[in-house]
Design a protein. Structure first.
Length: 162
């Protein structure tokens, strides 16, 4: 399966899930606001995702590919934590919102906290697919060669479900 990194809207992903008869559970604005307060914000596109789609009701049970985590499981990984937990990562200066992963967690997807104000921030990855370039620079999170944005994550999900 080759991943495609083209942009896709939340509505397009929702239509795909409905077509495939995959159940999902949207969150309320109140639940999202509570998470945003805890996290210090969230990109608008991710907020739209949680409002319209939320969580795939049976994603873990069926072992689907890439997905966005339940709202209660997303978290901030600070630059300080990264440097403390990963001894080869000495140049990471950004904090990240980790919000998605590949089914067996070999890769995790994130956006930079400083990019919360943008609607479609750049997508970063940590795990088996982390670029050698990022590791050589002493960074934990790297960009994929295609340099996708958050909206590309929706197409990555579709590709992994087909």
């Amino acid at each position: 399966m080759e991943m495609e990194f083209k942009a896709m809207s939340v509505d397009e992903l929702k239509d795909f899930l409905i077509e495939k008869e995959i159940g999902f559970s949207p969150y309320t604005q109140e639940e999202i606001d509570k998470a945003k307060n805890k996290l210090g914000g969230m990109p608008k596109l991710l907020e739209e995702y949680y409002l319209k789609i939320g969580w795939f009701a049976d994603i873990r049970k069926q072992g689907y590919g890439c997905h966005i985590d339940p709202l209660e499981d997303i978290y901030i990984m600070s630059a300080e934590e990264i440097q403390e937990d990963f001894e080869d990562v000495e140049n990471e200066t950004d904090d990240y919102l980790v919000f998605g992963r590949e089914a067996v967690s070999v890769d995790e997807f994130a956006v930079k906290v400083k990019d919360f104000g943008g609607n479609d921030p750049e997508l970063y990855i940590f795990g088996d697919s982390t670029s050698e370039e990022a590791m050589e620079q002493g960074l934990l999170f790297g960009k994929l060669e295609e340099e996708p944005n958050l909206s590309s994550m929706f197409n990555i999900i579709v590709t992994s479900l087909e």
